[in-house]
Design a binder for this molecule. Sequence first.
Ligand code: NAG
Length: 186
Amino acid sequence: MAWLRFICVWFGLIGVSLGVGASCNAKRGETTCVTEDLLEMLIRINSRRGRDWDKQMKPAFFASLKGSVALSNSNKVLIFEGVKVNRGGGYDPSTGIFTAKRDGLYHFSCLIYGDNGKDVGYQLTKNESSYATGYSNKGPSEASTLSALMELKKGDRVYIKHRHSGQTEAVIGSDHSSFAGYFLQD
Ligand SMILES: *[C@@H]1O[C@H](CO)[C@@H](O)[C@H](O)[C@H]1NC(C)=O
């Protein structure tokens, strides 16, 4: 029954080449449609892997303040617990600290909405040092923003900290205050 098997394989092959033939312009002696299909499949698999890699390796986060926070000593780190984006997982919503998982140039921004009648002094902090300072004036509905570019080494930490010692200040939550950062380039 070898001849029957031969005919089946032959028709099978015709079926395969007809099936992929519609989207394939293979030229004789270059590639076949089946090869092009396999190549296309590999490219697709690899680009999907590439996108996952980007998500891991190009950190980006955005977190907002849920509950209002009273800041009573200058070392208090503001914890923005409402995480909305956290690609790469560099931002820790239990500590409020972003840790760089790769070297590079990053952009950070912060919006602080001070409680009615109270000013708020805060700072964008890199490891232990102040990098940029922010101030929200006392008065009804006063808010302030801060935006900065920062060169980071892997392992560097970035967070928002209260800056006025011995003063109790308050920041309004309910998504009115937020902290964000993302990787820009190597
Ligand atoms: C910042 O802190 C991290 C972790 O504590 C450390 O690995 C890194 O070297 C520090 N960076 C600088 C510039 O001191």
